[in-house]
Every structure is written in C-alpha cells, then in structure tokens.
Design a protein around this ligand. Sequence first.
Ligand code: MSP
Length: 644
Amino acid sequence: MPNKSFYITTPIYYPSAKLHIGHAYCTTIADAVARFKRLAGYDVFFLTGSDEHGQKIQQAAEKEGVTPLEYVDKIVAGFQALWQRLHISHDDFLRTSEPRHHRVVQEFFRRAKAKGDVYKGEYTGLYCTPCESYWTELQLDENGCCPDCHRPVEKVSEEAYFFKLSNYADRLLKHIEENPDFIRPVSRRNEMISFIKQGLDDLCISRTSFDWGVPVPDDEKHVIYVWFDALTNYVTAAGFFDDPEKFKKFWPADIHLVGKEIVRFHSIIWPAILMSLDLPLPKQIYGHGWLIVDGDKMSKSKGNVVDPNLLIDEFGADAIRYFLLREIALGQDGNFSRDALIGRINADLANDLGNLLHRTLNMIGKFQNGVIEARAMKSATDEALMADAAEMVAAYESGMENMEISPVIKKLWAFIGRANKYIDETAPWALAKDPAKKAELATVMYNLAESLRVISILISPFMPETAPKIWAQLGMKPEFAAARLADVKAWGGVPAGQHIGEAAQLFPRIEVEKDEAPAKQEKQKAAPKQERKAEKAEDGVITIDEFKKTELRVAEVTAAERVPKTDKLMKLTLSLGDETREVVSGIADAYTAEELVGKHVILVANLKPAKLRGIVSHGMVLAASDGEKLRLIETDMPAGSVVR
Ligand code: MSP
C-alpha cells in the first residue's frame, strides 16, 4: 500500500523586510510537523517560499537602481540560507516571480472570470502621490497622512478587477460550521465566523499603478494584486499545471500554517477562490500566535528585532528550535527573551539531556569497557521505566498528530527526567562493585542506552542536528535517517554487544555573569500589566545623566579575524591609544577582515564583558543598519578620543 500523503505549508514571506525570529518561529513549527510526519511514515510535501510582487518592492528596487527581480534575488538568497542554517527540511521553495507560478495565477484568473466571479469596477482608496501608494484609513498616521512620508493623501479611483467574494459567504459559513477542524484554534474559528456573518465585501484583485506582478490575461495594463497571486502559490507548488499526479496526491493541503493576522485571507478568501474553480479546500488552516520580544511586539522602529542568524551563531540552530517549540503554546502569543533561552539551554539541554547521555556513556565506558551488553533480567524498576517509555511514546504520537508540540516536548523531557531518576534508583556504581550483580548492571546499562535511542528518534523533529549525534554516540550503525516512529514502539532496538561511539558534549552550559537585569525582569513580570505599560512609556526617555553613563571612545582596529564556524562574528583587536581590547562583533557578513584593519570606529567602552562563542568581548562597536545593510560608524579622530 502506498504511504499516506501529507502536505504542509508556511506562508510565503515578503522580501520587504529582513526575516526575524518571528518568521523563523513559524517555519520551525511547520518543519517540526513535517519531520514528525516523515517519521510516522507519511509521504510529506513541505512548502515555503517568498511573496515577491507589489509596489513596495518595485519602489525599493528603483531606489537602488536595479530591477525588482535583481532586488529580490539577493533577499531571497538570504531567506534560503537562513532556512538551511535552521535545518528547515522544505521540499520546495516557491518564488512568486517564477514562470511556473505566473501561469497558474493567470489560469486561476481566467477560470474565475469565466465562472462570472471576476468583474471590472473602480477601486477607490487613499493615495499618496509622492510614494505612489494606496493606504487604508487604518494605516494612516496620527494626522491622517501617509504613514511613510507623512504628507497628505487624497481619495483617488482607478479601474480594477474585483473578485465576487460575496457570492461565497453562505457556502463558506456552512463549510466552517460543518468542519470543526477547518480553522484552528477555536478562537480563530469563532473570529472568522463572526467576520463572515458581518457580510463580505468583494475583493479588489488588480492594480494599474505599478507593473511588478503577474499581468491580467488579455488586459496587461493591470497586474494581479497581492493575495490572489500569493495564495495561489500553494497549488502551483503542488503541481497544478506541471504534475497532475503530484497534484492528485497532495491537494488538498493538510495544513496551511499561518500567523494569526493572516488567518482571514487563508480561511475566507482562499477557500472562496478555490470554490469558484471547483477545487477542493485545504483541510485545515492553523493560526499560530506571535512571538513578542521581552514583552513587546518586534518592530524596526523599536529596535528590538531579533535576528535569527545571530542567535544561531551564538547558540546553534537546535537550541533555538528547541526553545521556540517548547516555550510557546501553539496558537498563543509567546515571549522570546535571551534570559529564558539561556535558562532552557542550561536546564533542559545541558543538564537534563546532556547529563543523561554523559552519565550513561561514562558508565558504559567505565563499567563495561564501552560495550552495551545484552539485558539479562527484568526487575520491577526496569518494568516501570519501560512502561513509562511506552506511555510517553503513545502520548507523543497522538499529541504530535494533534499539533500539541509544546506539551509533547514537555512529556518527552519528563521521560528524560525519568531516565535520570532510573540511574539514581538503580545506583549502577554500587552494582559495578559487586560481581554477583553483573547481570543487573548490564540490564541497567542496556535500558539507559535504549532510552537514549528512543529519545534520539523522538527529538529529531525538534532537534535534527542533535538527534543523529546521540545516535552516533550510542554506536548505532544503521543510518539515522532511516529511523521511523515504528522503531520506538518496541523496547530493545539497541543491538546487544554494540560498542559505544565517541562521547562528546551536546550543549555546553552557558555561563551568564550575574547582573541586575534578571532581577529587574522578575520585578516587571510580577507587576500588573497596566503598571508595566506606564513604566515602559517613561522608559523610552533617558536623562542626560543616564546617557553620560555610556562611555564612548574612538578605537582603531589593529587586527580582525573571523570567528570560525559562525557566519557573522568577527573578533576585533582594538587600540584605544593607551589600551588594547578584544571585541566580538556581528559584522563578518558586511566586512572582510582586511577591510576592517585601520578603521577608526566607536566603541562602547564600559559595557559589561560578555562571552560569545567562547571569546570574551570587552565592549561593542557601533554600526548603523537599515535592517538589510550594515555599516560601522567611522571617524577620523585619533584612537582613544572620547565621544560625547
Ligand atoms: N506574504 C504574506 C503571506 C502570504 S501567504 C500566501 C505575509 N508575509 S509576511 O512576511 O509579512 O509574514 C509571514 C508570516 O510571518 C505570517 O504568518 C506572520 O504571522 C509571520 N510573522 C511575522 N511576524 C511574526 C512574529 N513576531 N511572530 C510570529 N509570526 C510572525 O504575510
């Protein structure tokens, strides 16, 4: 019998902004689900991509004097590099600028028009002439002006095509009501039901004010506008035109995983378009929550955008993945903070998981010359461990099938704790001293190795880099990639007589120097919400005395060297005239080492030293960034000068 198929998608991301940890969150969830399904034996098709058309991109490209495609090529290469570093296992990456996609969008337009669902009308919007952009009432700034250039906008109309969304309101409502799992979680489902009940306006699906998009068939002064183009990506990649067999196998998609603010487009507009074409609807739209940073929504202007590449440089991809998947309940907003991340790495990864592996391998090495011997007996303690493993495996499977990722990880870690407890219960060091307890010792060591084998398979959807490392340290010979969920359903997969592999630490503990920051954060957490807001508003302003606490000095770069195995980190040796400093800076993708030597830069000289990839950084150099480009702030003043 052929394997069951499973098709999961992330949204396609806009190349207008650099991807941040919130985007990485969405893609990591989809990846964990896709990896789990592969483990469970499904034929998986996992899609992500980039949503490249529109006026903003066209304008940005014009500003840089390049074509829109040249402009997005660079950004999209950055997306793909990030997904690779984060071990995202997508099967396809769809770019809406690709010809394979244009053909499908035009065909969708033609068919919807033939059905009588597309008509020409007039689009009226608030237009900013200098920016050549339409805005909605809600997007305007506090003075009712353009949110970009803050000049007045005017009401303008242009000819446009519309899609008759209103035709489908009743059918949509019926579908949502008859299929309780069509929109998840239930809070989003309720929101959508009441949205539809308020009545649906027809949707404007073309523009004439720019041309970076898919042309409307037979009316090329129009381009097909945003969502009609973007949503169609899900069928393009599934082979709508190019591969009917594949399309039959994977469409309808099983899950469109999206952020909560775009559930509406996926659960109302997209199904209506599909209904117009008589195509089956996706089985589920899952709206996840937002990642907020230290309690605040991420934004460029607040300067709190967390770059996933820098986090990967510092902590590695698996630690970030683990944190995102474990810490945040799917469907709800969740907080990202560096302290919480380090806390999880130390407690869950270095301590719980790391200790279990380390203790087990160490004892097998010491007591059994590195050989995992056959189990020779079964005590009540052993039976209890095996029963807990079986229970955990069952809960894992049903939990993952139901997208309960964080609860599943908690259960898995409870089992890791359970296995650590088994060591304390059985006290192998005592058994090793007594020749009569040889069989008992062998059994305990076997059960620990087997627990780790099971754990390595089950953590693989979350930590794909760590899982095969554990496997190899246990000395397992079969390819890890061939391991399946079925392999953890019976106890005894570790071949007896196997020699363990080379032991290595998985996650070193991260030492944080104690300062006041965590205490302050704790205090903020305890304060009522209202109070916190007020504090924040005042926090936005600093006094001259507070600013003067920052010691800024001119420093000359005397040597520079890339930090090995990182993308961005550069170790700089700086001269302050009378003093030499070593500083680690995330600038290696903006400068080569040669370019840096001789530059006079600005150093934050009294910053508390911090360890980055094992190197202590004594300060920070200042750089300017617009989210894409990054340049150091330079001066021609001599090294050692004070900046004020
Ligand atoms: N291009 C559209 C999607 C079209 S899908 C046919 C788009 N792109 S986006 O780049 O703005 O956002 C992509 C996804 O990233 C959305 O699902 C959005 O919710 C998610 N996130 C953006 N910021 C986020 C957080 N801070 N936290 C979690 N997800 C976030 O919308």
